[in-house]
Design a binder for this molecule. Structure first.
Ligand SMILES: Nc1ncnc2c1ncn2[C@@H]1O[C@H](COP(=O)(O)OP(=O)(O)OP(=O)(O)O)[C@@H](O)[C@H]1O
Ligand SMILES: Cc1ncc(C[n+]2csc(CCOP(=O)(O)O)c2C)c(N)n1
Ligand SMILES: [Mg+2]
Length: 316
């Protein structure tokens, strides 16, 4: 069983959805309208053994990740967090102190990002720890209080530039997958600054790696591995740093496209210390044919599926 096959089956039913569904399955969040307002919703789970290893991870970080993974999907739509609910399946031997610590971490993280935890459900079972978080979001509003439409995955055009925030690769061994900052404020700035001149044409958050997530935005592109922003980490199986950056996944950075003449800033941040600012790197261009091609640091052009960097897909 492959995750992507099931998703194609889900998307095939999208045409039958009612008109109130403005963003159907296939984006980082779905959206519905009621009255003249729009509400976005997404659900993401974390499971022990799949998204974290409980034996080696403090509960505070597990609880944080359960929330921030969902906030990253809100960032990917350039939307504003509204509220969250959580469904928890706790192992039978978990204990009250652990349950309290976990809940406190989720509540505090949600609060930090102005996405209050407003409910949930708790069960105790014979399985491993499993947390499923649903988040709601709404459009940001401009200076005239007009809603800013969410950025979807579908708007990229040939000739658009491709950008990525932060650094990529080695997320699991470095612990980045637990500690990352969801890019909510950065995305807000992109859609609000300069009267919309820096608005992305399409955007996604990088959970499964560029190798899986770029094809969700565009069919054809050329990517320069020489300028891919790399996180430092140990290489596995002799693979190159750029291969880790393409395929490891769980970067929770934003991958987006924008018109080639849009003046996208090179960094984002309000800290006086510029080393704390988040890089925004132009890594390639949307093309109109030829599939997705990666140009290695040595100048060799490879089809993405020949790059030995597959990205993450759930399979069984
Ligand atoms: N079981 C399902 N039923 C209906 N829709 C689904 C199901 N699983 C996934 N989807 C939809 O398919 C799309 C891709 O799902 P996926 O979980 O890969 O989201 P993502 O944002 O790409 O990744 P992540 O979950 O890591 O943020 C989303 O629009 C999601 O809502
Ligand atoms: C114990 C353990 N093993 C492996 C990984 C790596 N990993 C897990 S899920 C995922 C993609 C995103 O998930 P999803 O597609 O469900 O959003 C990645 C890269 C990890 N974090 N913890
Ligand atoms: Mg996502």
């Amino acid at each position: 069983m492959r995750e992507n096959d099931l998703l194609q089956h889900v998307y095939a039913g999208n045409t039958a959805l009612p008109d109130a569904v403005t963003i159907p399955p296939g984006d980082d969040m779905g959206a519905i309208t009621f009255g003249d307002r729009s509400l976005l919703v997404a659900v993401d789970q974390v499971a022990d053994g799949v998204h974290f290893d409980l034996a080696n991870t403090p509960l505070a970080k597990v609880g944080r990740k359960a929330i921030t993974r969902n906030l990253s999907d809100i960032a990917a739509m350039a939307a504003k967090p509204t509220a969250a609910v959580v469904a928890a399946c706790l192992p039978r031997d978990f204990g009250e102190a652990n349950a309290t610590a976990l809940f406190n971490a989720m509540r505090d993280t949600a609060q930090t990002y102005s996405c209050p935890l407003i409910g949930g459900d708790t069960a105790i079972w014979d399985g491993k720890l499993l947390l499923s978080v649903t988040v709601f979001a709404e459009p940001w509003r401009d200076a005239e209080d007009q809603p800013i439409a969410p950025v979807e995955r579908t708007g990229a055009q040939p000739g658009d530039a491709i950008y990525v925030t932060g650094e990529l690769g080695h997320s699991f061994p470095t612990g980045h997958h637990l500690d990352f900052e969801p890019r909510i404020e950065l995305a807000r700035e992109l859609v609000l600054a300069s009267g919309g001149a820096t608005r992305p044409t399409a955007m996604i958050d990088l959970s499964d790696g560029i190798a899986q997530d770029l094809p969700r935005l565009v069919e054809h592109a050329e990517l320069q591995m020489r300028i891919l922003p790399l996180r430092q980490g140990e290489s596995v199986d002799g693979r190159e740093p750029w291969q880790h950056a393409l395929g490891d996944g769980e970067d929770y950075e934003l991958l987006f496209t924008a018109p080639a003449d849009a003046v996208i800033p090179h960094a984002f941040g309000h800290d006086e210390d510029e080393s704390k600012h988040v890089l925004i790197t132009r890594i390639g261009t949307v093309t109109d044919a030829g599939g997705i091609v990666v140009v290695t640091p040595e100048g060799e052009s490879l089809a993405l599926d020949q790059a030995d960097a597959k990205g993450w897909e759930h399979t069984a």
